[in-house]
Design a protein around this ligand. Structure first.
Ligand SMILES: [Cu+2]
Length: 614
């Protein structure tokens, strides 16, 4: 659960921050792409040591990559990076064959010290827990945001790949698939990602860095892919990949004094962060890397929020020229743009995110969750009805176009107070210098993908709502601890919670329940396979209609329930998949439901009695 606003960290010494030293030029993860419509790779998971700032610790990561068919942007057959994993680039019509090799140990993990009082192997963080942390070295693979078959051997999150085991995944990226009005659609070109989805160990694996980008390219149909490239040709702008991750680490463990990943017990704390625990963002595995641009140059930034917990509210804040080092153009070491300290007082921390955001340099959003808009959206958004419209939830992605005047800018994650004194953090430093580059301008109009057309013409096939439903997220608290519930229950592997007809067009209202025992907390709603169009936030029509696969469910702010309403079409794929909270520790604690899409009413599955008392 999210702690109360009054919970301030005990002090800088108890909750240290990594040294905010610029960590060199932005590193781009290795990438692989298809050849002749096929990408055939082997991806190996091992324990490995990573270093961030002054901290070095053990984690689980995608450390091995072998390419059997396809192309790679690195030399040699073995990938030796760690966090994030290699980027996977595909086109509509491609087949991805991926052998996932789990080389994690079956016991005695060096990531979770067993002898420590709060060792991850010791179970959940919220009293009774939900099995969280009991099988941290078993895994599987989810392709977040992709419109692909949710059954085996594809995007099946019910698979369990144990230590020493492997699995041969096959993903077919749709091309020329039939739409309800008889037109054809390709899989939308855009920014997606992969990560484990093993119920009970998703948070600890994702938090440790088991993430990687999936990029679908389609120069034929997507304007952004024609205009931008990682290796731009004539008339093209540069695109850069920013995989934002979130480490929660214990910097001074109570039993052996070593830096290590936080346990479920520490992740699931309520109130202030436990002593010694630090929680911070990184970009492509680096702290505060440097991006370079020329004045007036337009670049595309693919920003992925692969964190497991804290929402991301981004601003680009210009550093005053007299605060810059004349040689490096980096901010002087003592430059503090925020004047803000978590440890300043015993009362609620004072931070006005709106004020900081309003000072942001103008930039443009052009896609959310891989789905390109009809036109660039000027940021910061002037007419938003809720922060839900612009805050990037864990799991979400935003494609940005940036074009700045000469100078140095800090790309900042504005502090999110509900996450215990989360001070603003500089994600990256953008140095804009040299001769102006005016070869490209921000485009005025873009073509949205055919898979996610608007609902404006209600007479068109595929626009008439065939069903409505409500889904209620709630946290309750009792003597056993906190409970993370959807429709009053925790996840059950043998129970179908939402039965949906193939080709249905549905309006869903997601309720964020205010409870007497736990108050209110935010939850990022995520559903697999089909994205949704948000139509109402707490009863208000959003300023911009945006398709998403992950969206914060608002709180009401008035001790009443918050609501999020959206429209979705359940097209092309039958079978079982899931919806869940994308604060992944909540998911591991049971805030997840099974969705089944069928051409007939779902048969009642045999219900496992053990589910019923939860
Ligand atoms: Cu949640």
């Amino acid at each position: 659960m999210l702690p109360e606003l009054t919970g301030c960290s005990p002090g800088d010494d108890d909750n240290p921050q990594p040294d905010p030293i610029a960590n060199g030029e932005l590193f781009t993860p290795a990438s692989v792409r298809s050849r002749d419509g096929v990408l055939d790779i082997e991806l190996t998971i091992t324990e490995t040591e990573v270093t961030v700032g002054q901290y070095t610790f053990m984690t689980r990561a995608y450390t091995g990559l072998k390419v059997n068919q396809g192309e790679a942007s690195f030399s040699g057959a073995t990938y030796t990076g760690s966090v994030p994993g290699p980027s996977i680039e595909l086109r509509p019509g491609d087949k991805l064959k991926l052998k996932l090799i789990n080389d994690l140990p079956d016991d005695g993990s060096a990531v979770d010290p067993q002898d420590c009082a709060m060792g991850s192997g010791g179970g959940g963080g919220h009293g009774g827990g939900h099995g969280a942390g009991t099988h941290n070295n078993s895994t599987n693979l989810h392709t977040h945001g992709l419109h692909v078959d949710p059954g085996p051997p594809g995007d099946d999150v019910f698979l369990v790949i144990g230590p020493g085991e492997s699995y041969d995944f096959v993903f077919d990226i749709p091309r020329d698939i039939e739409m309800p009005d008889g037109t054809k659609a390709n899989h939308p070109a855009g920014t997606y990602w992969y990560h484990p989805h093993m119920h009970g160990s998703t948070a600890i694996q994702v938090a440790g860095g088991m993430v990687g980008a999936i990029i679908i390219r389609d120069e034929e149909r997507d304007d952004l892919d024609r205009l931008f490239s990682p290796e731009p040709g004539p008339g093209q702008g540069k695109e850069q990949l920013l995989v934002v991750g979130e480490y929660m680490i214990q910097t001074k463990d109570s039993c052996d004094g070593k830096t290590r990943l936080a346990t479920y017990g520490e992740m699931g704390h309520s109130g202030p962060l436990p002593a010694g625990v630090d929680d911070f963002f990184h970009v492509n595995g680096q702290l505060n890397p440097v991006l370079r641009m020329r004045p007036s140059e337009v670049q595309r930034l693919r920003v992925l929020h692969t964190g497991f917990r804290a929402p991301l509210d981004i601003a680009f804040l210009r550093v005053p020229d007299d605060q810059l080092d004349a040689t490096t153009a980096l901010p002087k070491p003592d430059y503090d743009p925020f004047g803000y300290s978590c440890a300043a007082s015993g009362g609620p921390p004072m931070l006005n995110r709106d004020e900081l955001r309003a000072r942001s340099a103008t930039y443009y959003q052009v896609a959310t969750d891989g789905i390109t808009y009809g036109a660039p959206l000027k940021m910061p958004l002037a007419d938003a009805v809720s922060e839900i419209e612009y805050v990037i939830p864990p799991g979400g992605r935003v494609d940005m176009l940036v074009q700045f005047d000469a100078g140095t800018y800090q790309m900042v994650a504005l502090g999110y107070l509900d996450f215990v004194c989360w001070a603003p953090q500089v994600l990256a430093t953008v140095i804009v210098s040299g001769d102006p580059d005016t070869s490209l301008q921000i485009p005025q109009v873009l073509t949205p993908p055919a898979l996610y057309p608007s609902f404006d013409d209600m007479t068109k096939p595929g626009n008439e709502v065939t069903n409505t439903r409500q889904v209620e997220f709630a946290v309750t608290q009792d003597a056993d601890g906190a409970h993370f519930l959807i429709d009053g229950r925790t996840f059950c592997m043998s129970r179908v919670d939402q039965c949906i007809l193939l080709d249905a067009v549905e309006e869903w209202t997601i309720i964020n329940k205010f409870t007497d025992t736990a108050g209110e907390s935010i939850h990022p709603f995520h559903i697999h396979v089909n994205s949704f169009l948000v139509t109402s936030i707490n009863g208000k029509t959003p300023a911009q209609p945006i398709w998403r696969d992950t969206c914060l469910i608002p709180t009401s702010g008035t001790n009443a329930d918050g609501t999020l309403t959206f429209l979705s079409r359940f097209l092309h794929f039958q079978g079982q998949y899931v919806l869940h909270c994308h604060i992944l520790e909540h998911e591991d604690e049971g805030m997840m439901q099974i969705v089944e899409v069928q051409t007939a009413a779902c048969p009642a599955p045999p219900v496992d009695d053990s589910c019923e008392d939860q």
